[in-house]
Write a protein that binds this ligand. Structure first.
Ligand code: G6P
Length: 471
């Protein structure tokens, strides 16, 4: 295989297929779209897992980039993906909303699989290439790569929160993970606070010096090198949402959705992966109480909750699904009429076209995450509202709150406050909706996912010297 000047390493490849003989399709998602131009220009390669167990695949070409599949066995999926990534790191980094489980067997699998990804990346990268590692599943890859290939320039972006030191220090392998990440030249975070938490963990655990965004790291040969740990908030490909929202057929679909719900006066919407970090129970509780208090009526207001299936073999997710479905059933049993439902619950995933139609149909978007790296749904809703209408209710615990100051900010733990915020959103006059939505849309349009990747890669190019693919 030809060697690449630019290599992305992520747990998942940017493609998906429904069966072994089906064609590959591009996964929806901003990251893929944002990196496409860089991938083309630099003869890029993407190293990742194809999404099925025990399938060994040769590298292949897809829409102008080289894809390099990494094989995961059923055992790797259980221990590295479901175990350490999603039952240890995920809950720990989301402020222990669910209890993290620390199992040595999972850690061993995490080390083993991270090494496999590092080896595949080292193999795919040309001399002096730039390698960009993505997310918490691969925190050890930067250091493993640097040891194998000191010529490379290495970036890492952390898509989820980085917790406060008091929580992080629970991790039995806390030093190894910090050392793993510090193998990168640039370590990117969603929020300034995440970068700050990371720098503090580095000071406390490793005693390295940190100054502003710079960290002085031993280079393994008696000297030091500098690494940068800084916030680069991710975004969406705003133009593609705007384009979809302007299509007549999608606008017609939004009207049809309203009709099929019995034309309620107001539609509230929640869109999440079915995950305990998203605060779905808090949202249902608040809405159920508003019905009970008689502040809203099922004839006038419907909550549509899309909860897409996720990590369905991890126990905490199995339990959450039961709890949510019990709560939905109770509210609907108490308040539904023959013509109207209180909560239209959809445990399904939809194509982007349908999501934009839903965003256009929704008067109020509810983002009530208990902790979230960014929350791109908030940005998608805003980008889709080409009519400058609609209200975003946004948790202050989502990274997006740092940027989207004109949303109605809420603390999802404060059910009384959340109920008042929902009422305020339902009753908001059109002029105020317009003022707020215009400000929100300006921010999302002025800082889209292409700006995000450009800014990150520019910071990384400083470590690369002349001739960088991202100059
Ligand atoms: C979050 C993570 C991603 C992950 C996605 C879907 O957004 O930051 O790294 O890919 O969830 O989760 P999954 O476990 O299905 O990859």
């Amino acid at each position: 295989m030809t060697k690449a000047d630019f290599v992305v390493v992520a747990n998942r490849l940017p493609v998906d297929r429904s069966g072994d003989d089906e064609p590959w399709r591009r996964s929806p998602g901003g990251l893929v779209t944002a990196l496409e131009p860089v991938m083309r220009k630099a003869d890029g390669a993407w190293v990742g897992w194809a999404g099925q167990p025990d399938v060994e695949l040769e590298p292949f070409e897809f829409e102008g980039s080289h894809l390099v599949p990494v094989m995961l066995t059923a055992d790797d999926i259980e221990n590295y993906y479901e175990g350490f990534s999603n039952d240890t790191i995920w809950p720990l980094y989301h402020d222990v909303i669910a209890a993290p489980r620390y199992r040595r067997q999972w850690w061993d699998a995490y080390v083993r699989v991270n090494r496999r990804f590092a080896e595949a990346a080292a193999e795919a990268a040309d001399e002096n290439a730039i390698v960009w590692v993505q997310d918490y599943q691969l925190q050890l890859v930067p250091r493993m790569l640097r040891e194998a290939r000191p010529d490379l320039t290495i970036g890492y972006f952390h898509h989820i929160p980085f917790p406060a030191y008091g929580l992080y220090s629970q991790l039995p392998w806390r030093r190894q993970v910090l050392e793993g990440l510090l193998g990168a030249d640039v370590i990117g975070f969603q929020r300034v606070a995440d970068a700050g938490n990371f720098a503090r963990a580095v000071r406390r655990q490793l005693r390295y010096e940190t100054k502003a965004s710079g960290i002085t790291v031993p280079d393994g040969q008696g000297g030091t090198r500098r690494a940068l740990a800084k916030a680069f908030p991710i975004s969406i490909d705003a133009d593609s949402y705007i384009e979809l929202a302007q299509r007549p057929e999608i606008q017609a679909r939004a009207v049809e959705i309203r009709e099929s719900l019995g034309n309620p006066k107001k539609i509230l919407l929640g869109v999440d992966r079915l995950d305990y970090t998203k605060g779905i129970r808090h949202r249902l509780k608040a809405f159920g109480e508003l019905l009970e208090d008689g502040r809203v009526s099922v004839d006038d207001v419907t909550l549509v909750q899309v909860a897409s299936p996720s990590r369905e073999r991890v126990e905490a997710y199995v339990q959450l699904r039961d709890e949510i479905e019990l709560a939905v059933g109770r509210v609907n049993g108490d308040y539904d009429t023959m013509g109207h439902t209180a909560i239209r619950y959809l445990h399904q995933a939809y194509p982007r076209e349908e999501m934009v139609a839903l965003y256009l149909a929704a008067d109020v978007m509810l983002v009530t995450a208990l902790r979230d790296g960014m929350n791109l749904v908030a940005k998608e809703y805003v980008a889709s509202r080409v009519d400058n209408r609609g209200v975003l209710v946004l948790s202050e615990f989502a990274g997006a709150a740092d940027e989207l100051g004109s949303a109605i900010h809420i603390n999802p733990h404060d059910i009384g406050g959340l109920k008042d915020a929902i009422m305020r959103a339902i009753d908001m006059p059109a002029a105020e909706q317009g003022r707020r939505m215009r400000a929100l849309r300006r921010r999302v349009r002025e800082h889209d996912v292409e700006d995000w990747s450009r800014e990150f890669l520019e910071a990384l190019a400083v470590f690369h010297g002349p001739g960088s693919v991202v100059e």
